[in-house]
Design a binder for this molecule. Structure first.
Ligand code: SF4
Length: 912
């Protein structure tokens, strides 16, 4: 058996990579006494050169073994590995025997390492003969993949991060880079400071923090991106701004693409009206784009997550090809992935329409080549002959009973897929659900027949590929807890039990990587057949693999040091070497608004959380920026629908609802609302964004339309609101979760619960006695208006603290949080419990700077005292001085205070 800890370093500092977003930052971890005690950015890593965002810098705070899965379970009973692996193999074999090879499927994740992905793909497609292996990366960047393939003949990101720094114009489309790829945003910001001629344009329906550095903001109507870029192509042609030499020498399809663009968008005024933009601002963008050669258009989920996502990508790429703006420093259409190893998954064939190593089923000779490489000629079944079900289709196939066994690894489709209620129904119906997971507390585990405890970040050992094709080592620094094992090991052990031991006899991930590298170069002389070629990395011994420095593919005999930028020679991966422009006829989003559901829904990430919060919620400081699920609403809509800032509301869609706290903001367009994608049933009553989204997908990429839903908004009628802080070791069956609203917010040493109910409570002390095992020892109550504060202290320790009243009335909770960590409360502290602290322990408000835990109220107070610049605030409060992610919010607060000052009545206006 592979020893989980045999790669643990003996040194006290080790280099690895961050497991969150697609930037793929290098991390230097400090190890002391078998624990990671600190992390900092790896100064040598080319993705971040020493920077980390707030999530990355809190990595070491997320590593507690509390809540980790440590034992396999079969049918709810803890078992040893032999029993669990036999059960997986036996039940998969039985399903295939009874229902056929296509009845088994796998659903993987961009959180897996490339080596995990490789063996999973090899087992399912190569040896079990099923094409139904897909990944949650389908939800994130499948449209970008399809767009690149149509244009370049390969899923090849042409740019590198340095291009962002070398560009004269950077266009962010559907990307809140400041929150979702913060280190890349910081790099762009520094480059813009160094090059005053650089311009940044933000194209996004929402005013996001990325607008902080925008020279031009285009707040377009959601879904109108392809129309806008068709307009750009048409405008460039009309103004003689095309690169005719490039078009003639390196592309095909321009005539058709231009004809489609002209038919759609030749009239600038009409395009501006259709996109809901100012015509002058739109033409300014067109002029800037057309007059610069060094243009990077960076796009992300705002473009991809659409039923016409692939077309949107190609509308962007068309404009770059028409202007010859790629294959150069500082130029190109640049898709940024959401997940740390979405790219690695694409490389091994982790999407259901791929076979392996960037070969599709229809790639000439691919099935035969992969069959010979994996030596599966003698097998029955043989490799599948065509693509399998993409994510949304896969769960429909489960619902129909066609797929009878599903193995899910490192993801949570019960939360993240659209049409979440149907997905849950399909999971409940599926006869065999196997889940490989790190933590005990996910919504998916309720549906699992077999649970396999997997290793997590800091334990996993392998490689990942970031958004600029850079392969980096993620190193195993600590042994997995308990019986947890690496995903590749689990897959190989199942393969052995199914009779494929010889093909899965890897002793270490370096051997898997070697095979992956060899397959990439198999019958692919120096990338002549397939662009993805890392054959020069084949044959690394264990030491060389362990020491592997970040390197960008292709890595071939001709380019042994890797390749920063693709298509510099103007040759593409199509059969004739020419790139393709694609005619685009824009389509509207599938989900239509109606009288019953008149608001357009947008969904997305927030700055301090990652996916379903299983890791980031373990670092309490990351919970303070946005503590509860929320609904962002334009002020006009707040009035129209009777909801108020910081009060609770409910969104209702065709298939589900979302309960959250309202944030009234002008950064939202009227008629549109935004909700975060992170909250699950583990953290709140009902705030899964997937419940609001229908399962409409892009016909080419299969990517769901997660950025577009139709909803109704209404206040959540509440007779009371309460805040409960409960000591961690006093957590019970949580009876308060029967309330009409609840949200759990992990803190240090306690859990905070925000609660609300629709029916009035008459006797709060009785209700608290019912909910909590310890009786109140201190309380004060205003029976007139139902307000109450109470606490329980036992043997000198604070057990719980409660306040009935609106959250706006809460004292600062930092003082109370400390009291939950006191071994024994002092008399002074006990006297101040109900007040929630010392006189000096004022509420500093929601956290703005998570690195230094600086709250909004403290910042506003400092601004009012005269610290009216980011630098002055940093000097006084330290906010914004570490990762810099909060600087846009600091600037917004400064602006708001200035506006507030300007709006104050002067003596003259008062007289008037
Ligand atoms: Fe991690 Fe992304 Fe932050 Fe880098 S920018 S530290 S990869 S979350």
């Amino acid at each position: 058996m592979y020893q989980a800890d045999d790669s643990a370093p003996i040194c006290d500092q080790a280099k690895t990579t961050c497991p969150y977003c697609g930037v793929g930052c290098g991390v230097t971890a400090t190890l002391e006494d078998g624990a990671i005690t600190a992390v900092e950015g790896d100064r040598q890593h080319p993705a971040n050169y020493g920077r980390l965002c707030v999530k990355g810098s809190a990595l070491h705070e997320t590593l507690s073994e509390r809540g980790r899965l440590t034992r396999p379970r079969v049918d709810g009973v803890e078992v040893d590995w032999d029993v669990a692996l036999d059960a997986v193999a036996g039940r998969l074999a039985a399903t295939r025997h009874e229902h056929g090879d296509d009845a088994v499927a796998a659903y993987l994740s961009g959180q897996l390492l490339t080596e995990d992905y490789y063996v999973a793909n090899k087992l399912f497609k190569g040896f079990l003969g099923t094409p139904h292996l897909d990944t949650n990366s389908r939800l994130c960047m499948a449209s970008a993949v399809a767009g690149y393939k149509r244009a370049f003949g390969a899923d090849a990101v042409p740019c590198c991060y340095e291009d962002l720094e070398e560009a004269e114009l950077v266009v962010l489309v559907g990307s809140n880079l400041a929150w979702n790829h913060p280190v890349l945003y910081q790099r762009l910001k520094v480059a813009k400071t160094r090059n005053p001629l650089m311009r940044v344009v933000v194209i996004d329906p929402r005013v996001t923090d990325s607008c902080e550095i925008a020279d031009l903001y285009l707040g377009l109507k959601p879904g109108s991106d392809a129309h806008l870029f068709n307009g750009l192509l048409s405008w460039m042609a009309a103004k003689g701004r095309l690169d005719r030499v490039y078009l003639e020498g390196h592309t095909r399809g321009f005539g058709e693409a231009l004809a489609a663009a002209n038919a759609d968008a030749s009239d600038l005024e009409a395009v501006a009206t259709d996109c809901d933009l100012d015509a002058e601002a739109l033409e300014t963008f067109y002029y800037w784009f057309a007059s610069q050669l060094h243009v990077v258009t960076l796009y992300s989920q705002g473009v991809n997550q659409s039923t016409s996502g692939t077309d949107k990508c190609n509308a962007i790429i068309n404009c770059h090809l028409a202007g010859g703006k790629l294959g150069l420093p500082g130029a190109g259409p640049f898709s940024i992935t959401g997940q740390p190893n979405a790219m690695g998954g694409r490389e091994v064939g982790g999407l259901a329409n791929q076979l392996a190593a960037h070969m599709d089923y229809h790639t000439p000779g691919a099935i035969d080549r992969v069959t010979r490489f994996w030596r599966t000629e003698q097998l029955t079944p043989t490799l599948p002959k065509g693509p399998g079900h993409k994510a949304v289709e896969l769960f429909s196939a489960i619902e129909r009973g066609e797929v009878q066994a599903l193995w899910v690894m490192a993801t949570n489709p019960a939360v993240s897929l659209p049409d979440a209620a149907r997905v849950r129904a399909a999971l409940a119906k599926c006869p065999l659900v196997i889940v490989s997971e790190c933590v005990t507390d996910t919504d998916l585990l309720a549906y699992a027949d077999i649970v396999l405890p997997a290793s997590s970040w800091s334990e996993k050992d392998g490689t990942v590929t970031n958004s600029e094709r850079c392969i980096s080592r993620q190193r195993g620094l600590l042994p997995p807890p308990g019986e947890a094992r690496h995903d590749w090991w689990i897959i190989c052990e199942v393969a052995k039990r199914l009779g494929y031991g010889e093909a899965f006899a890897y002793a270490h991930p370096s051997e898997i990587f070697d095979e992956h590298a060899r397959l990439s170069g198999f019958e692919n002389q120096d990338g002549s057949e397939r662009l993805f070629d890392i054959s020069a990395l084949a044959g690394l011994d264990r030491a060389a693999y362990d020491a592997l420095a970040p390197i960008q593919w292709p890595v071939t005999a001709q380019a042994p040091a890797g390749t920063a930028r693709l298509f510099e020679d103007g040759r593409f991966a199509t059969d004739d070497g020419l790139a393709r422009l694609v005619p685009i006829t824009p389509r509207l989003p599938e989900q239509r608004l109606s009288v019953a559901r008149p608001l357009r829904l947008n969904t997305g990430r927030i700055r301090d959380q990652w996916h379903t919060m299983t890791r980031t919620a373990r670092a309490p400081r990351l919970m303070n920026h946005r503590a509860e699920p929320f609904i962002e609403v334009h002020p006009d809509d707040a009035v129209a629908y009777g909801v108020a800032d910081q009060r609770l509301a409910v969104l209702t869609a065709e298939a589900g609802e979302f309960r959250g706290r309202v944030r009234v903001t002008k950064s939202q367009r009227a008629g549109e609302v935004f909700v975060p994608m992170h909250w699950t049933d583990r953290f709140t009553k009902q705030a899964r964004s997937g419940a609001l989204i229908n399962g409409h997908t892009d016909p080419l990429s299969g990517q769901p339309e997660s950025k577009h839903g139709a909803v109704a908004l209404a206040p959540l009628g509440t007779a009371w609101e309460a805040t409960l802080l409960v000591a961690e070791d006093l957590e019970t069956a949580r009876p308060w979760c029967g309330s009409d609203y609840w949200a759990r917010i992990p803190m240090r040493g306690c859990q905070r619960w925000q609660l609300a109910g629709e029916r009035a409570e008459n006797d709060w002390l009785a209700r608290l006695a019912e909910w909590l095992p310890e009786a109140a020892t201190l309380w004060c109550e205003d029976s007139g208006d139902g307000r109450l504060r109470a606490a329980a202290v036992k043997h000198g320790r604070l057990c719980w603290w409660a306040m009935v009243g609106l959250p706006a009335e809460l004292p600062g909770l930092a003082w109370l949080e400390q009291r939950f960590n006191d071994a024994e409360l002092s008399d002074t502290h006990r006297r101040r419990l109900l007040a929630g602290g010392d006189d000096g322990a004022a509420d500093t408000g929601p956290t703005i700077c998570s690195c230094h835990q600086v709250g909004q109220k403290a910042i506003v107070s400092a601004i009012r005292d005269g610290d009216t610049s980011v630098e002055a605030l940093g000097a006084r409060l330290a906010c914004g001085t570490q990762c810099g992610s909060c600087i846009p919010e600091l600037k917004s607060l400064i602006e708001e205070e200035r506006a507030h000052e300007r709006a104050k009545p002067t003596p003259e206006t008062q007289v008037a």
